[in-house]
Write a protein that binds this ligand. Structure first.
Ligand code: SF4
Ligand code: SF4
Length: 341
C-alpha cells in the first residue's frame, strides 16, 4: 500500500493528467458529475455522481459507423476514435460493481467491440466510502463500500490518500505515481473501514432482504397483483433507467446526412411506450407491463441468466431521482421482500 498527503494530491493528478486523460467527480451547481480534470478542479466528496460512470464505456449516444454511397458502391467507414488510454478516478463501490454487470452483457459473445475498446483503454481507480447516505444499500447486494474493486482502490482519510493496486493495470498506475507517494502500512485504512462498517450496519436500508428474489422466480412474481398499484403513477419518463449504472438497453438508428448515412446508437428505456416496438406493434402495451419488465429484469431475469447475480448495485440513484418517488426498494418491499420480520 502507498500513500500521499492530501496536500500533494494535486501533484498526483497533474502527473496523471500529463500522461493520459484523467476524469473524476467534480462538484457543480447541480451536484457532482465526472469531468476531465484540469488544474484547480477538486475531487468531489459526494457519494454519487448524477450520471453514473457507465457513460465512459457505454455513452448515451455514439456513432457506430458511416456508409458512403456512390453509385452502386457502398463504403463502410469505422468511426471509432478511442485510441487513447484514460483514467477514471474516484469511482464508488456500487458503480465499480456495475462494470461487472455491464461486462457480462457487453463482453459475452458476440462481444461488443465498442464497449470492449473503451474498457481496455481505461484504468478504474475506486474510492472507498466513509459517509454512506440513507439511500445507499449496496451492502444488500454483497458489495463492500469500504473496499471497492477496480484496478486500484483508494481510501481518503483526514490527511492522506491511500492507494492499493488490484491487478497489473493497477500496478502500472501505482508505478506512475511512485515518486509522489510513499510505502505505508494499512492501519489508518483499517480503522476507517471499521468505522464505516458500523455506519453501514445502521443505514435505514441495511436490512432490505433479497432472498425472496433471484433465480427462477418468474412464475412467483410475474402476475403479482402488486404491480398494478406500484406502476399506476409511473410517468414512463425513463429517468430511473438513465441514471442507473446497470441499465444497458439501447436502440440503433440510421441518420441520412444527405451524403451518406450515419449509424448511431443511443440509450433506450424499457419504461418507454416505443421500447422494442416492431412492425407488428409493441409487445408491452401497458405501463404496468413496462414497469414490471424493469424490476423483474433487475430482481429475477438477470439473476436467472447470471448465476443469481442481481442487476442492481444499490447505488440509490433511482431513489433520489424518480419524480414520483417510486424505486426498486419500494418494489422489493411491496412484493414481500421483507415479510416475516
Ligand atoms: S419509475 Fe419513476 S423514474 Fe422510472 S419511469 Fe416511472 S416515473 Fe420515471
Ligand atoms: S435500480 Fe436504482 S438503486 Fe439499483 S443500480 Fe439502478 S439506479 Fe441504482
Amino acid at each position: 500500500m502507498r500513500k500521499c498527503s492530501l496536500n500533494s494530491l494535486n501533484a498526483v493528478f497533474e502527473k496523471l493528467a500529463n500522461d493520459s486523460a484523467l476524469y473524476m467527480p467534480v462538484d457543480g451547481d447541480k451536484g457532482a458529475d465526472y469531468k476531465k480534470w484540469e488544474m484547480g478542479d477538486e475531487l468531489s466528496s459526494a457519494l454519487n455522481t448524477n450520471r453514473s460512470a457507465k457513460d465512459f464505456f457505454f455513452p448515451q449516444t455514439e456513432n457506430l459507423m458511416e456508409f458512403k454511397v456512390s453509385g452502386k458502391e457502398i463504403e463502410v467507414i469505422d468511426t471509432r476514435d478511442e485510441k487513447e488510454d484514460f483514467v477514471v478516478f474516484g469511482v464508488r463501490a456500487c458503480d465499480a460493481k456495475s462494470f461487472d454487470i455491464l461486462d457480462t452483457v457487453f463482453l459475452s459473445e458476440p462481444c461488443d467491440s465498442y464497449y470492449a475498446n473503451r474498457r481496455e483503454h481505461a484504468t478504474i481507480v475506486t474510492l472507498a466510502c466513509t459517509r454512506p447516505s440513507e439511500t445507499c444499500f449496496c451492502n444488500v447486494f454483497g458489495i463492500d463500500a469500504t473496499k471497492p474493486t477496480g484496478d486500484v482502490t483508494c481510501w481518503k482519510t483526514a490527511d492522506d490518500m491511500y492507494f492499493e493496486a488490484n491487478n497489473e493495470k493497477g500496478k502500472a498506475f501505482i508505478e506512475k505515481i511512485a515518486d509522489l507517494t510513499e510505502e505505508c502500512d494499512s492501519k489508518a485504512v483499517e480503522e476507517q473501514q471499521a468505522k464505516t462498517k458500523e455506519i453501514l450496519k445502521k443505514l435505514p436500508l441495511a436490512d432490505l432482504k433479497t432472498e425472496k428474489f433471484g433465480k427462477d422466480k418468474t412464475a412467483e412474481f410475474f402476475d403479482a397483483p402488486e404491480w398494478r398499484e406500484l406502476s399506476t403513477s409511473c410517468l414512463g419518463c425513463g429517468t430511473c433507467t438513465y441514471v442507473c449504472p446497470t441499465c444497458q438497453c439501447y436502440d440503433i438508428k440510421d441518420y441520412d446526412t444527405g451524403h451518406g448515412v450515419i449509424r448511431f446508437r443511443c440509450w433506450d428505456s424499457c419504461m418507454y411506450s416505443e421500447f422494442t416496438k416492431m412492425a407488428h406493434g409493441n409487445n408491452r402495451l401497458s405501463q404496468l407491463e413496462r414497469f414490471r419488465q424493469r424490476f423483474m429484469h433487475k430482481l429475477v431475469y438477470y439473476p436467472t441468466n447470471n448465476d443469481g447475480v442481481f442487476g442492481c448495485v444499490g447505488c440509490g440513484r433511482c431513489l433520489a431521482k424518480c419524480p414520483i418517488s417510486m424505486n426498486i426498494v419500494k418494489v422489493m418491499k411491496a412484493l414481500g421482500g421483507n415479510d416475516g420480520e
